[in-house]
Write a protein that binds this ligand. Structure first.
Ligand code: UDP
Length: 465
C-alpha cells in the first residue's frame, strides 16, 4: 500500500481519492532538552507511531447493540427498509484529519450495511485552493478577510475541475462544508436531492465571503447545521443534526490498562501525577497557546503535566506556524509534552484521553467539537470554551464546565484537580449525555429519516413532461 492509499478512507464502499495535498512536516514529539536527559526520550516519535496501522475491520450494526440496546438497531433496519437500493454520495475536502472525515469513515459503511449504498468522494485542489478555502473557513467563523477576485477565481477554477472529474449518479448527494459547495452547479444534470451539510458556525460570517457562497447554498434542497445557533436565514429548509462519535472506533473503544500504559510510556507521560490534555489540530481557533497559559497559571497552585496532542489536518496550511507558537510559549517546562502526531494515531489519542485526569478544549471558535464528545464519552471531567456546539454538549457544572478566558480555564483546572468527587460526577454525567445524543447510531437514524423525507418530497413533485 503506498502513502496515498493509506490516506484514503478505508471502510465499506468508499471511493475517496485522497486530497493529494499533504503538507505535514515530519511528525515529532517535542520535549525540552532538559527533559530529554531526565526521561531518556528522543526527539522523534516512537517507531510504533510512525507507520499507519492496518485498519481494524469495521464493526457491524449488531456490534452496537450492547452499547445502545437492541431496539435502536431494529429501528435503523426498519427505517432503512424503504430506502433499499437507493444510494447516497458524501463529498468533503479531506480523507483524513478533522471531525468530518472521522464521521464519514464510519457512517458510510454502516449505511451500506443497511443496504443504502453510500459512496464517499474527496475533492482535490492545489495549495492555492486550500489556502483560499482555509481563509474562507476562518472568515465564515468571523475573522477579518479581504475577499479578492483572485481568491474567487481560484475557488471557481477548482470547483470546475472537480465537477469535470466527479459523477453524481446517486439519489442523494450530501456536500460537506464550504470547500466543495460549488459542486451544486452540477445538480441540473442529476436526479438527486442535494443537501449541504455545514459543520461550521455561520452565525457571524464575514459578509463578503458569505455573499459569495450563499448563492451556491441556496441551490440546495436543504441545509443542515450542527447547532441551532449556527444557522443563517436561508430560502431553503434547514435541519439540525448533531455530529457524533463511534464508540467502537480505535479512537473511542474501551482500552486495557496495559494499552494505556504503553502509550504513556512511549510519550514519557507520568501517570502517577495529574495529566491535563488538549487534543486538537494546531490551529489558532483551538487556542493551544491559551491552554499553555492556563496551565502555567494553574501550575502555581497544583501539580500537573500538560499534554498537547495534535497535528495539522491535511487541509490546514497554518498548522506548522501555530505549532511553533505553542513551542515558544511552552519554553523549557519539562512537564509540557507537545505531540505532533501523524493523522493515523487514533489509538494513541484514545489512550491519551483515557490517561488524562482532565481534558481541555479551549476553543475560541468551534464547529461542534468532537474532541469534547470523545472526552465526555470517556467519562472525563472536561473544561471547554463556551463556543460553537460545545454548549450543546457541556451543560455547565453538570456534564462538564464551560470557560471564557485563560484565567477561567486555569481556575477550573485548579478546581477540578482539587475536587475529585465533583470531577468524577460531571465526568459520569457527560458520558450519559453522549450516549443519549451523540453516538453514531443516532446519526445514522437522522440520515435515514432525512433521506426518506426527501424521497417522499420528490415523489410528490409533478413529473416533468
Ligand atoms: N484528531 C486527530 N488527530 C489530531 C487532532 C485531532 O485524530 O492530531 C481528531 C480528534 O480526536 C477528533 C477530530 O480529529 O476526532 C477533531 O474534530 P473536532 O470537531 O474536535 O475539530 P476539527 O478538527 O474538525 O475542527
Amino acid at each position: 500500500m503506498d502513502a496515498e492509499d493509506q490516506r484514503a478512507p478505508s471502510a465499506g464502499t468508499t471511493s475517496a481519492s485522497g486530497s493529494g495535498h499533504d503538507r505535514r512536516a515530519t511528525p515529532a514529539v517535542y520535549v525540552p532538552e532538559r527533559r530529554l536527559a531526565d526521561r531518556r526520550i528522543g526527539r522523534n516519535l516512537p517507531a510504533s507511531v510512525l507507520t499507519p496501522p492496518a485498519p481494524p475491520p469495521p464493526p457491524h450494526l449488531d456490534d452496537y447493540a450492547s452499547i445502545v440496546g437492541r431496539a435502536q438497531i431494529d429501528a435503523l433496519r426498519f427505517l432503512a427498509h424503504e430506502l433499499r437500493g437507493k444510494s447516497i454520495k458524501m463529498v468533503n475536502s479531506t480523507a483524513l484529519g478533522g471531525g468530518v472525515a472521522e464521521m464519514l469513515n464510519r457512517l458510510v459503511p454502516l449505511l451500506s450495511e443497511l443496504q443504502v449504498p453510500a459512496h464517499w468522494d474527496v475533492i482535490t485542489g492545489g495549495n492555492d485552493f486550500f489556502e483560499v478555502t482555509k481563509a474562507f473557513h476562518n472568515a465564515l467563523h468571523g475573522s477579518a478577510y479581504e475577499l479578492t477576485q483572485a481568491a474567487k477565481d481560484i475557488f471557481l477554477m477548482y470547483t470546475e475541475q472537480n465537477r469535470q472529474r466527479m459523477h453524481f449518479d446517486e439519489e442523494l448527494v450530501v456536500i460537506h462544508d464550504p470547500q466543495p459547495v460549488g459542486l451544486v452547479l452540477s445538480r441540473g444534470k442529476t436526479r438527486a436531492s442535494w443537501v449541504w451539510r455545514c459543520h461550521i458556525d455561520l452565525s457571524n460570517p464575514d459578509r463578503k465571503v458569505w455573499d459569495f457562497l450563499r448563492p451556491f447554498v441556496e441551490q440546495y434542497d436543504a441545509a443542515i447545521f450542527s447547532s441551532q445557533s449556527f444557522a443563517r436565514q436561508l430560502s431553503i429548509p434547514q435541519y439540525l443534526f448533531y455530529p457524533c462519535i463511534d464508540p467502537l472506533s480505535e479512537k473511542n473503544r474501551e482500552l486495557s490498562d496495559a494499552e494505556i500504559q504503553q502509550v504513556c510510556d512511549d510519550f514519557a507521560i507520568d501517570r502517577s501525577r495529574p495529566i491535563v490534555t488538549q487534543v486538537s489540530r494546531f490551529d489558532r481557533l483551538k487556542d493551544p497557546v491559551g491552554v499553555v497559559k492556563a496551565y502555567k497559571l494553574a501550575k502555581k497552585y497544583v501539580d500537573c503535566q500538560l499534554v498537547l496532542a495534535g497535528g495539522g489536518a491535511s487541509d490546514d496550511p497554518e498548522g506548522a506556524a501555530v505549532l511553533q507558537e505553542v513551542r515558544d510559549e511552552a519554553g523549557e517546562d519539562p512537564d509540557i509534552i507537545i505531540l505532533d502526531l501523524p493523522p493515523w494515531c487514533a489509538l494513541q489519542i484514545n489512550a491519551l484521553q483515557r490517561a488524562s485526569t482532565i481534558i481541555v478544549q479551549k476553543s475560541l471558535k468551534e464547529g461542534f467539537g468532537l474532541t469534547v464528545t470523545e472526552a465526555l464519552w470517556k467519562g472525563k471531567p472536561t473544561i471547554a470554551g463556551a463556543v460553537g456546539g460545545i454548549p450543546n454538549q457541556i451543560i455547565h457544572k453538570l456534564t462538564g464546565v464551560l470557560v471564557h478566558s485563560v484565567e477561567g480555564c486555569a481556575f477550573q483546572i485548579r478546581y477540578l484537580l482539587t475536587h475529585p468527587e465533583f470531577a468524577r460526577t460531571i465526568g459520569a454525567n457527560g458520558r450519559e449525555h453522549v450516549k443519549e445524543n451523540f453516538l453514531m447510531t443516532t446519526n445514522v437514524k437522522r440520515w435515514l429519516l432525512l433521506f426518506r423525507l426527501l424521497e417522499q418530497a420528490k415523489a410528490r413533485m409533478p413529473k416533468a413532461a
